[in-house]
Write a protein that binds this ligand. Structure first.
Ligand code: NAD
Length: 265
């Protein structure tokens, strides 16, 4: 993963047909892996200087080095972490997330609470942190990486479904408050994306059901998708980048499925 663009240089043109984010600064949480890594790369390719935020030091630094960005190693479960991050960003991508699969009666309460902190409270604190700069400049883009589980439920994912539904509400409120200031806020709602988060679920379900991993993908994960393949992280990143471009200023408060037809059923 390399980028030919660096906001600080300001000399290269972005990818042909890309949104031009030269001179803009972006912050991507969970930028060390999966969708966040692909989005950090896509925004850097559009010319933005990208702050890569992740609790995993090695991956945050590797991604930042590859795209000419800046790594920030923080645990977003810690409410004090957000204050250490830059507030002067024009694009905020709330992407960091985690999964835990268990029936409600067996779900560890501390795990439930942790997931709300990382996937709802941290995005709220980051909006609070970054919006004054966006409002001052009269332009901003907030992209919340939600999920089809922000719109639909699945059994055994109580914390995840609750957190993503919470993020959906937060995103809509930010859209209403940001509108007079040129700031949009939207959710992107992927189905199952080929990332370490999903690979963990595939391995877990294969072990739980005693079936091969391929059967978990086709028989369980993609059961509701009309397109029978996992989404690639770059496909989600392209939608995130598009929402930060010049043609999407009127799109706000929406939830955009990238779901292979799951929601059409
Ligand atoms: P991933 O596990 O590949 O990446 C998540 C990143 O977030 C990791 O680098 C991890 O270190 C970081 N992170 C987690 N907790 C953190 C914390 N407390 N502080 C800082 N960083 C933290 O996962 P992914 O699949 O790329 O998921 C990214 C987002 O996309 C998540 O919000 C997830 O819910 C959402 N999503 C994923 C899928 C999918 O199928 N993979 C589908 C829909 C939505």
């Amino acid at each position: 993963m390399t980028s030919r663009f660096h906001a600080a240089s300001g000399t290269s043109a972005p990818d042909a047909g890309a949104e031009d984010l030269r001179g803009r600064t972006a912050l991507v949480t969970g930028g060390g892996s999966g969708i966040g890594k692909a989005t950090a790369d896509a925004l850097a390719r559009a010319g933005a200087l990208v702050h890569v935020v992740d609790r995993e030091a090695g991956s945050a630094r590797a991604v930042a080095a590859a795209i000419g960005g800046v790594a920030h190693v923080v645990d977003l479960a810690d409410p004090g972490a957000v204050g250490t991050l830059p507030a002067g960003v024009d694009v905020l991508v709330n992407n960091a997330g985690l999964q835990h699969v268990a029936a409600i009666e067996d779900f560890p309460p501390d795990r439930f609470e942790l997931m709300q902190r990382v996937m709802v409270t941290a995005p709220f604190l980051l909006m609070r942190h970054c919006l004054p700069h966006m409002y001052a400049g009269g332009w901003g883009r907030i992209v919340n990486v939600s999920s089809m589980h922000g719109l639909r439920a699945s059994a055994f994912k109580s914390a995840y479904v609750a957190a993503k539904h919470g993020l959906e509400g937060l995103s809509k409120v930010a859209a209403l408050e940001g509108a007079p200031h040129g700031v949009t806020s939207n959710c992107v709602n992927p189905g199952y994306v080929r990332t370490p988060l999903v690979e963990g679920q595939i391995a877990g379900q294969a072990a739980a059901h005693g079936i091969p991993p391929e059967e978990v993908v086709t028989g369980i994960l993609l059961d509701r998708s009309a397109i029978k393949r996992l989404i690639e992280p770059e496909e989600v990143a392209a939608v995130c980048r598009w929402l930060c471009g010049p043609h999407t200023g009127y799109i706000t408060g929406v939830s955009l499925p990238v779901d292979g037809g799951w929601g059409a059923r």
